[in-house]
Structure formats: C-alpha cells, structure tokens
Ligand binder design. Structure first.
Ligand code: NDP
Length: 313
C-alpha cells in the first residue's frame, strides 16, 4: 500500500475532469487524475459529437476525449487508470483510497465522477444484460445489424440512440411513457421522419422474455386507464435511455447531495460544503448535462482549487 501526496486530486475523466487537469497542471499543481470505471467518461460511448464548439464537422466522442486527455498530459497531469473507492473528507489533507489500497493525501479534491445510465429496475434487465439488454447503443448497436430493437425513453439520448440504431437495425421501436417526446426539436423531427422507427407513445415496459437471449418485451399502453392494453413486441435488443444517476455513492454522508443524489454547490462557485473539495461536470449538474458545460465547470473547479491553495497553503 503506497501513500502519495498531491496538491490536487481529480476523480473522474470526462470533459470536466480532463479540463480541470489542464487548468490545474498549467497552474503548477501537478494534479493526479484517476480515470475511474469508464476512462474518458460517457462521451466515449457516444458516436459523433456535433455540438462541442471548435469542431464544425463534428468529432467522434472517443477522439474528443483522447485529445482532451493528451492536452492534460502535455502540461504534466498524471492521468492514471484506477478507481477511488473511499474518501475521508473529515480533515485536510483529504485521504482518498483506491480500490487497490493505494492512498492519496490531497490538499484539494475535484470530484468529476459524472453520472451513469439508469435502468427500469425490471429483474429481466439483469437476466438479459449483455444478452440483448444494453444502455449504450453506440457500444452495442453493431450486434443488431438487420435485427429488431427497442429503445426506452423520450429525451435527447433516446432519440439519438434510436436514430443511430435505425441506421443499423431493420426496425426500431421507441417506447415513450408519455404522449410526447421531450427531446429537442431537431432530434424529435429526425426520429419522426425516419421510416424504420416506430414510436410507441403512452407505453411502458412490464417485462422481457426469451430463453438464453432476449426475444421480446411485454408492454402496456395507457396503463391504469380504461384504454389499457397489454401486448408483446418481438425484439433482439432492448436499449435503456431514461436518464442518468450521479456517481456519488462514495461521497454520501460527507458531501451535501440534493434529493436526486447530485452534489450541491455553494456561493456560485464549484465549491462543495467541504472547504477544499470542489465538484464539476454532470455529478453536480442535473440540469444541463452537456460536454461543453462539463468542460466549463472543470475549468471553474480548477480555478477555485487554485485560489483555495493560494489562500490556505
Ligand atoms: P432526460 O432526463 O432528458 O430524458 C429521460 C427520458 O426517459 C424522458 O423521456 C423520461 O420520460 C424517460 N424516463 C425516465 N424514467 C423512465 C422510466 N422509468 N420509464 C420510462 N421512461 C422513463 O435524459 P437524457 O439522457 O435524454 O438527457 C439528459 C440531458 O442531456 C438533457 O438535458 C438532454 O437535453 C441532454 N442531451 C443532449 C444531447 C445533445 O445535445 N446532443 C444528447 C443527449 C442528451 P418523461 O419525459 O416522461 O419524464
């Protein structure tokens, strides 16, 4: 078990974490960044990112993240694989322990652990995980070429995933629990105009079926009304796109979280309730959840950490 000291520990490697690392290393704080379970974060599982400024022709999510990482490393950030499994924010320096048992003593911490896809909570989702159930169309869509799939959700993610899958699969059902899509106008239009996407409004999934692999889903339309109708669809793939849950489990009891588990920020800065601990990106942003917003907040968190170090060390 090693113990290392750093002026700035960054937990998480999405646009927020890497941007914080660029700023903290340029401020001479030699940050250590732990990349976490999904190095590069959620964007590594997206296809093309069309709305990150500076890329007029779009950029692949994985490429964007690799370039952000290289930019951080160029200025001296120590970006390493590994997961912080435990933190002690009760006194400074903060003690953070990796799953391998290594201990980092950090004068400041920037939490940029992002958010993870939500599941419906059906027991069958676990049963068919990797056998037809997925929360990432761009990771797994390839396996469904010329097959029939369903996407659950009515937001931008669901529309993006349905559209992407429609370019591979024979047919895509989009299962939407309300009678409208909450996605942005451009995504709604793209989905509604695509002839191999069928949108099932007012519909919920009650179960999945199949033997070894997924073969279909049990659905209910207009549940709880006099129009309630139960029916099945035959599908090979079932993709969840119903939003995200912030990755804050290890901070419970130490950082102030809101009722959905997002980190609460104070004083119009990236400061948490613990002086010296800052948060950036989706883990502290239930509202915007955009890569560029995450990058911006990573910059702010690093500047806040820099100011804190100047005033306190
Ligand atoms: P959202 O929270 O926007 O949408 C979640 C969707 O899932 C909603 O339609 C919601 O239904 C539905 N849903 C939630 N729980 C259930 C459930 N238990 N059963 C069935 N349906 C359910 O999440 P997104 O991931 O789509 O987007 C998050 C943010 O990221 C948004 O701000 C979005 O604009 C942004 N985004 C932007 C993109 C871009 O600009 N390129 C791409 C992807 C996301 P209901 O409407 O009934 O609540």
């Amino acid at each position: 078990m090693d113990t290392e000291k750093t002026k700035c520990l960054i937990i998480g490697s999405g646009p927020a974490g890497y941007t914080a690392a660029i700023y903290a290393s340029r401020a001479n704080h030699s940050p250590i960044l732990y990349e976490g379970l999904q190095p590069g974060g959620q964007l590594t599982t997206t296809s093309e990112v069309e709305n990150f400024p500076g890329y007029p022709n779009g950029v692949m999510g994985a490429q964007l993240m690799e370039e952000l990482r290289q930019q951080a490393v160029r200025f001296g950030a120590d970006c390493r694989p590994g997961i912080i499994g435990e933190v002690d924010f009760s006194k400074r320096p903060f003690r953070c322990t990796t799953l391998d048992g290594d201990v980092i003593e950090a004068s400041t911490v920037i939490v940029a652990t992002g958010a993870s896809a939500k599941y419906l909570g059906l027991p069958d989702e676990q049963r068919f995980s990797g056998m037809g159930v997925s929360a990432c169309a761009t990771c797994d869509g390839f396996f469904y070429r010329n097959r029939v799939v369903a996407v659950v959700g009515g937001g931008d993610t669901a529309c993006e995933e349905a559209y992407y899958l429609s370019t591979l699969a024979k047919k895509v059902y989009l299962i939407v629990r309300k009678d409208y899509l909450r996605a942005s106008h451009v995504m709604r239009q793209r989905v509604m105009d695509k002839e191999n996407i069928e949108v099932l409004f007012n519909t919920n999934t009650t179960g999945l079926f199949g033997n070894e692999f997924l073969e279909g889903a049990h659905l209910v339309e207009y549940a709880g009304t006099d129009k309630e109708r139960h029916f099945d669809i035959d599908i090979d793939g079932f993709f969840l796109a119903i939003g995200h849950k912030p990755n804050t489990d290890i901070f419970k009891g130490q950082l102030t979280l809101d009722e959905s588990g997002y980190i609460v920020l104070f004083n119009n800065t990236q400061a948490t309730n613990v002086p010296g601990v800052f948060a950036a990106g989706d883990v502290a942003d239930s509202r915007y959840q955009q890569a560029v917003a995450a990058a911006g907040s990573g910059c702010r968190a690093a500047l806040d950490a820099d100011k804190f170090l100047m005033e306190n060390e």
